[in-house]
Ligand binder design. Sequence first.
Ligand code: DX5
Ligand code: ZN
Length: 212
Amino acid sequence: MSKIIVSPSILSADFANLERDIKRVEDAGADWLHIDVMDGHFVPNITIGVPVVKSIKKVAKLPLDVHLMIEKPEKYIEPFANAGADVLTFHYEAVKDVQSIVDLIKSFGIKAGMSIKPKTSPDKVLKYLEILDLILIMTVEPGFGGQSFMADCAEKIPVIKRHAPENLIIQVDGGINAETAKICTNYGANSLVAGNYIYKSGNIISAVQSLR
Ligand code: DX5
Ligand code: ZN
């Protein structure tokens, strides 16, 4: 089994102490930093924008895994790539032309990810797996941290896995803890996003380790 990529979501960090909270997960052995970008339209919440990603890039050692929960993501690929994103994940539900946005992301020499919301069937995206570097299966409705894991969404993982090329990263996001992580990795996921579980656990090191 390939290594699990653990990507703590800084949405659950203390934004007044972001550098400190980034260092904490880096010291705990995390692999990527998950950055949730929300626009108040695609999801009913507003979070982080380009200037913050640019500032994070200056202090973070880990690759930046940027999750765009925004309408018209094609307009913002270039600014986020230039701000230092290493992985850019857009939502299938937000785009008309998957191929052109994937091409655009890859033109910056970074990884292209695509995410599906809980109500989107995996069948809709099977034909794109070949061109993606990462597929993100949401296990909560996007918009907020700290929600409960939707077990039926995890059942999409084996469907995706059966059709996925060997090197596709299969990531899950929403309600991940040591228990739900195991369900997802048993199904074939190899990247786990976790916000609340890592940052609110009281012990960041053991929380990160327990996801592997
Ligand atoms: C939700 C975000 C998640 C969120 C996960 O819309 O995409 O990345 O931060 O938070 P937890 O792990 O607390 O569910
Ligand atoms: Zn996310």
